[in-house]
Design a protein around this ligand. Structure first.
Ligand code: THU
Length: 161
């Protein structure tokens, strides 16, 4: 029997001001995208901004539904829209920002498991890592270099032959 440790590097920025200019712009776009979240049930607004290889930015926000499972997270709204607009494009970075009407979200909101799986699909398809930048409403920004870091041992297309 062998044991293997799976680790990854997380960069922690004290605030959005510490980010490189391009990343700051992307995060500000994600923050702005939160305004169009439709979250009457959870009161939790999430904005996502996807930076494509061609420089285009595609946004998404969570869209809820009275039939709860029919709603969709901001990240998937954004990456599916990116896939629909740029089917041959490369996703470089996704910035995510979350806020709540009930309290101040002061820590980074990492994408949920379903979103990690969906983002992973594009990372495998494009054979290029997708960086993830995450923050709450205020406070620090977390960065990881690949969605694979957030979804070790991912299931993917390679299993389906
Ligand atoms: N949500 C996202 O948009 N992204 C995530 O990664 C986590 C959760 C949304 C879904 C739902 O509208 C609300 O946040 C509460 O779960």
């Amino acid at each position: 029997m062998q044991k293997q440790k799976i680790t990854f590097e997380l960069s922690i920025f004290e605030s959005i001001e510490e980010l490189a200019e391009e990343d700051k712009k992307l995060m500000l776009t994600a923050i702005n995208a939160r305004k169009n979240a439709y979250a009457p049930y959870s009161q939790f607004q999430v904005g996502a901004a996807v930076l494509m290889g061609n420089g285009a930015i595609v946004i998404g926000s969570n869209q809820e539904n009275a039939s709860y499972p029919s709603g969709l997270c901001a990240e998937r709204v954004a990456v599916f829209q990116a896939g629909a607009l740029y089917p041959k494009g490369t996703i470089k970075t996704i910035a995510i920002s979350a806020s709540s009407k009930n309290y101040t979200v002061d820590r980074a909101a990492a994408p949920c498991g379903n979103c990690r799986q969906s983002i992973s699909e594009y990372e495998v398809k494009q054979a290029h890592p997708i960086r993830i930048l995450m923050m709450g409403e205020v406070g620090s920004v977390l960065e990881c270099d690949s969605v694979a870091d957030l979804l070790p041992l991912a299931f993917g297309a390679s299993f389906l032959k």
